[in-house]
Design a protein around this ligand. Sequence first.
Ligand SMILES: [Cu+2]
Length: 116
Amino acid sequence: MTLLAAGALTSCGSDEKTSPGGGSSDAVVIDITIADGEVSPNGDAVDASVGQPIELCVDSDVADELHVHSEPEQEFEVEADPGTDQVFTFSVDLPGQVEVELHELEATIVELVVQP
Ligand SMILES: [Cu+2]
């Protein structure tokens, strides 16, 4: 067994810029902050590809549920844990527009535009 170098553990948001054509195996990283009843981002469009890993890094001061309105729908439990990144990774199997919604707040966080 070999250990991965510590540097391989990237923290959320440190790696947002991926160059086009760099291959679709890079994850799309979306930094999400939920604080004082507001969520950021709030409805932004984000490009992704079918099968590409999508990483939601959530910092929240309230418990809630993330809904990914893909087929099938995917759900993640968010805990109230401000200052800590909770990371949820998923991918989407079908091209199209997929909302990532915060259930209790009824807010659309991002609208994924999933390319074939
Ligand atoms: Cu929903």
